[in-house]
Design a protein around this ligand. Structure first.
Ligand SMILES: [Zn+2]
Length: 201
């Protein structure tokens, strides 16, 4: 319903996978995993909004993989039932967070490193995942094509999100592909040049 982008990365050699932001539709995710013979090694949550984390408990139950999330979003995750209430949907099951994803942490998948960048502003625990070997950034709801994440929900801070984008994301290569939490992919260079929220940063 909320059209969140979920990313699945699989390593061809080890057949291990990292799943980022399993919001819902876990059957579709497990179908893709099964089709490619992949075993989930980690479930990574960019932030604790229901459309990004709603399916984490179910995916963990099915795969046994640990869940990674920044601890600054723990309070928001504790309000998952309230989030469901705002949307008028049935609250999904909550799970334990197995590992706190801190700035500078790195997960390995084959030869690729998945680096955690703490980018608060949309929520206090928002993280982005930078994969240098793939020249790819998973941006959660921090940066979108032509837009940025909303900051009017609990934990949001308009000055902080711009600072996160300026200090941490704009420092990445202009050619880096950005996979946002919603909508189409973009690049760092395109957003630097054309994103109306970033002009004059
Ligand atoms: Zn969000």
């Amino acid at each position: 319903m909320l059209q969140c982008n979920c990313s699945i990365f699989g390593d061809e050699q080890s057949r291990e996978a990292i799943v980022i932001d399993p919001g819902d539709d876990i059957a579709k995710i497990t179908d893709i995993l099964g089709r490619h013979g992949l075993t989930v090694k980690a479930i990574v949550i960019t932030h604790a909004h229901i459309d990004h984390i709603g399916g984490a408990a179910k995916l963990k139950e099915l795969t046994g993989a640990p869940v990674y999330m920044n601890s600054n979003d723990a309070e928001l995750y504790a309000q998952l039932d309230a989030q469901a209430g705002w949307l008028g949907i049935k609250p999904p099951t909550r799970t334990e967070i197995d590992s706190e994803a801190h700035e500078g942490d790195q997960l390995r998948l084959g030869s690729a490193g998945f680096q955690v960048i703490h980018t608060p502003g949309h929520t206090q625990g928002s993280i982005s995942i930078w994969i240098p070997e793939e020249n790819k950034l998973i941006a959660g709801d921090t940066l979108f094509r032509d837009s940025i994440g909303r900051t009017d929900l609990p934990g949001g801070n308009p000055r902080q999100i711009l600072q996160s984008i300026h200090d941490k994301l704009m420092a990445l290569p202009e050619s880096a592909v950005v996979v946002p939490g919603h909508g189409p992919n973009t690049t760092i260079g395109r957003e630097k040049e054309r994103n109306p929220f970033l002009q004059g940063l």
